[in-house]
Design a binder for this molecule. Structure first.
Ligand code: ZN
Ligand code: ZN
Length: 275
């Protein structure tokens, strides 16, 4: 199906349209051979709460962003190359239904579709694109280290490392970039270089620090970084608010619009495939 679409004018128009919707906040998307396979709104589990995000499935990448005006304007573009993407089912749990994990080395997360059919469609289309891509490029499945799915803040009242420390306005939550748990500042006082996630050493929990140190010494690699608890948060790349950018402040305008878009979206946000 994709072959037929590669050179089609309709596809070029669609890709161009996505690019326009992201405006200057996004990357150019008109790569030769790229096909827009489908699109739709999915609910992404973010640090503070679930939020609607517009997703575009291309034959080589999954692109998503925040909705400012549904079908017209998006920002905070993320591009995940499909060769590194893996999917994992998430079982229904109360109101959280039709979800799955999108796992990759840069940023892993959970999304939910509106219906079971939509979930099935999304997962099948993504898997098909990944398989076709790997076949076409003759690559095996990626061996890069995947990033963890972050545990949402609301799921941790206490530090998941020491279990003692109770979170509050003063005792902030932090995420281990290696395993994704929510832990207190002293239990995440160490930094480690995880190059697929950041060019600077980032926050890890003490368990992961020990594990990574052990592995590094076995492999004779020096990637240790130690930062004292209570150090300069602003200067540290491990600051939670600085690199979970699509979940934090700075996007008030987008968020308000997204709430309206969310309501609008119910009718025409379902997965739309172009094959
Ligand atoms: Zn702790
Ligand atoms: Zn950890």
């Amino acid at each position: 199906m994709v072959d037929r679409l590669v050179n089609s004018e309709a596809n070029a128009r669609r890709v161009h349209n996505v690019e326009q919707c992201f405006g200057s906040s996004g990357q150019p998307l008109g790569v030769p051979g790229r096909v827009l396979v489908g699109e739709g709104v999915l609910t992404k589990i973010c640090r503070k709460k679930p939020k609607p995000r517009q997703f575009f499935l291309f034959n080589d990448a999954l692109v998503y962003g925040n909705i400012i005006i549904h079908k017209k304007k998006y920002n905070k573009q993320h591009i995940l190359p499909l060769e590194d993407v893996k999917l994992e089912n998430v079982n229904d749990d109360g109101n959280l239904r039709n979800g799955w994990k999108i796992i990759n080395p840069r940023k892993s997360f959970v999304v939910y579709a509106a219906t079971a059919t939509e979930k099935k469609e999304w997962m099948a289309h993504i898997r098909k694109c990944v398989d076709d891509l790997l076949l076409q490029r003759g690559v095996r499945k990626s061996s890069k280290t995947d990033s963890p799915v972050w545990v949402p803040d609301s799921e941790a009242k206490n530090c998941m490392h020491c279990s003692k420390s109770e979170f509050s306005m003063v005792n902030r939550r932090h995420h281990c970039r290696h395993c994704g748990i929510v832990a207190c500042n002293s239990c995440t006082s160490k930094r480690w270089l995880l190059p697929l996630q950041s060019s600077k050493p980032i926050r890890v929990c003490l368990t992961c620090y020990q594990k990574l140190s052990r592995e590094a010494s076995q492999n004779n690699v020096t990637r240790k970084f130690s930062v004292n608890a209570g150090g300069d948060e602003k200067a540290s790349s491990g600051d939670d608010s600085s690199d979970d950018e699509d979940d934090e402040g700075k996007e008030r305008e987008g968020d308000v619009a997204a709430t309206e878009a969310e309501q609008l979206a119910i009718h025409d946000a379902h997965f739309q495939s172009y094959d």
